[in-house]
Design a protein around this ligand. Structure first.
Ligand code: SAM
Length: 193
């Protein structure tokens, strides 16, 4: 979907829960705060949650309407809001403690290239957390985009995982009102040296 399509969706109504995804919150709850980027932040639910926990967060998304919803939320002044295409936006090399990419779905080659660049933005020990709809969701889960080419899987994230010390790389189940959704999770740390 193009930025205009996302703008239209966000202009119509809020799209996501105001609070963070449960697994994102569980995985990051005990991580000491530092500098973070929430790539494709949408309405900024994760950026706002991280900022409230002391993180210095930049929320990047190409939908100005989505970010405007985030900017209107309590605590928004603690987040840096950047309207940009994640395919061209960049952070300084070795500058971040966390890059979070939640439910961003791009064609496979673009995903690999973006996440590879994102690993370069991490300090040694910095974390990359990727969570999104798994391709198996099409046949065995509910919700999410229905185009196989833009969905995640353990195999599709493996080239990025090879750049990291991996804590988690797996398919995970998420309970929704419509049934069980299948997501792919990658959590890893940039190796030292
Ligand atoms: C499903 S939403 C997820 C939003 C947020 N990460 C969350 O979990 O609440 C996907 C987001 O990706 C953004 N997006 C898609 N392609 C993008 C791109 N090339 N550059 C920046 N943002 C993009 C959309 O505008 C949208 O806000």
């Amino acid at each position: 979907m193009r930025a205009e399509d996302w703008d239209r969706r966000y202009a119509e109504q809020a799209q996501w829960s105001p609070g963070p995804n449960g697994l994102v919150a569980e995985l990051l709850a005990d991580v000491p705060p530092g500098t973070a980027v929430d790539l494709a932040a949408g309405e900024g639910r994760h950026a706002l949650w991280l900022a409230a926990r002391g993180w210095a967060v930049t929320a990047v998304d190409f939908s100005a309407a989505g970010l405007d919803r985030g900017r209107a939320r309590p605590g928004a002044d603690r987040v840096g809001w950047v309207t940009a295409d994640v395919l061209t936006w960049s952070a300084a090399e070795g500058s971040l403690d966390l890059v979070l990419v939640a439910y961003l779905h791009l064609p496979g080659e673009q995903t690999t290239a973006l996440l590879t660049r994102a690993v370069g933005w991490l300090r040694p020990g910095g974390r990359l957390l990727v969570l999104g709809h798994d391709v198996a969701n099409l046949t065995a889960g509910v919700g999410g985009p229905q185009e196989p080419a833009i969905l995640h899987s353990v195999d599709r994230l493996a080239p990025v995982a090879r750049l990291l010390d991996v804590d988690r790389l797996e398919q995970v189940r998420r309970a929704t009102a419509q049934g069980t959704a299948l997501d792919t999770l990658l959590l890893g740390r940039r190796p030292a040296g």
